[in-house]
Design a binder for this molecule. Structure first.
Ligand code: KG4
Ligand code: ZN
Length: 341
């Protein structure tokens, strides 16, 4: 079954053709990074307009790179949320229009579930029960995966998502958007043990996350205890690298410690990771050394950050589990969707 995937939840316009939920024939991504960089973050209205301009060429490229035509497509899969409402509307309406014009079914899938599915693509059959770890710009959680589509939330953030904390710390250090990759690069030159920052804990919820205190640690390290002493401009390049490395190490150690506890507690056979932050090589190395022998599965190249291959791949399974029934044209985008719904 050939599935055309469409992703437009935030600031990437993406389309992909995937066979039977596994074999990626094309994976086209138009990034809007340059557009949003002057604002230090995603500017929602600009994102929607850019999706409008990019979607048709991206779709055409996805079909041509896969060497298929519209007649070959069996199903259209689109990310229906969570995400920015304007951005979601563009992708969802495009999927509905193609579904009508091509007379093919379409399904709306959960973008966050797709991030978890990304680590299962191109792998041997997944091992369940497994722990899913989503680390993205909008989400941070641990989830028990009993089967594809059956999830139980184990831990989540009570404030910032981990990627959001990376982006905000990057701004404090004067680094460009997106902050995660910039911090990863800078941290390579820094000493992760230089500053003893503290990851947040949540009372009586040991597997939940809190990154706002860690962010505040970094703020006071840069600006002094009264918040006014120094500016980031007074820090040397080495100071900034040490702060980036210590922040990154503290955030990742917290994620890894809680993931390993959760995986053992729920007798998981494997850990599947996904989301933009899972692209970080320091995270992958640290997790591998501390995973206590649990098999770790990471998204392969091009599948950690937002992409449409994971949307097409998951769409295949959603269609199957709905008895090969597509969604109706009345499907609405959802800016927030619990994974467990
Ligand atoms: O999954 P994603 O592409 O979009 C969302 O669904 O949110 O994640 C984007 C987030 C951003 O916060 C970005 O700074 C972070 O992932 N990120 C990284 C890295 N690459 C992207 N964080 C740390 N290290 C990276 N290499
Ligand atoms: Zn995402």
């Amino acid at each position: 079954m050939l599935v055309l995937g469409i992703e437009s939840t935030c600031d990437e316009t993406a389309a992909s053709v995937v066979r039977d939920g596994q074999q990626i024939l094309s994976n086209v991504i138009a990034s809007q990074i340059a557009l949003h960089r002057p604002y230090g973050g995603v500017y929602p209205e600009l994102a929607s307009r850019s999706h409008i301009n990019s979607l048709t060429p991206v779709l055409e490229l996805a079909l041509s790179q896969a060497k298929v035509s519209k007649q070959d497509i069996d199903l259209i899969s689109v990310a229906k949320g969570p995400g920015l409402i304007g951005s979601l509307l563009i992708g969802l309406n495009a999927a509905k229009a193609l579904s009508l014009a091509w007379e093919k079914p379409f399904v709306g899938v959960n973008h966050v579930e797709a991030h978890l599915y990304a680590a299962m693509m191109g792998q041997t059959p997944p091992r369940f029960p497994a722990l899913g770890v989503v680390l993205s710009g909008g989400h941070t959680f641990l989830v028990l995966i009993e089967a594809l589509g059956t999830y139980k939330l184990i831990g989540t953030t009570v404030d910032d998502a981990i990627g959001e904390a990376f982006d905000k710390v990057a701004i404090m250090l004067g680094l460009p958007y997106p902050g995660g990759p910039a911090i990863e690069q800078l941290a390579l030159k820094g000493d992760p043990s230089k500053h003893k920052f503290k990851a947040g804990s949540v009372k009586e919820r040991p597997l939940d996350f809190s990154f706002s205190g860690l962010k505040t640690n970094v703020f006071y390290m840069i600006h002094g205890q009264n918040g006014k002493d120094t500016s980031q401009n007074l820090l040397s390049g080495q100071d900034k690298a040490d702060i980036a490395a210590s922040f990154q190490y503290t955030a990742f150690s917290d994620v890894i410690k809680k993931s390993v506890i959760a995986a053992k507690q729920w007798r998981c056979k494997a850990i599947y990771l996904g989301g933009g932050v899972s692209n970080n090589k320091a995270l992958r190395a640290l997790f591998s050394s501390e995973a206590a022998g649990l098999p770790l599965y990471w998204p392969s190249f091009g599948l950690s950050l937002d992409n449409a291959a994971m949307i097409a791949g998951l769409g295949f399974h959603v269609f199957e589990r709905n008895g090969r029934q597509g969604d109706s044209l009345s499907l609405e985008p959802e800016t927030r969707i619990p994974l467990t719904s």
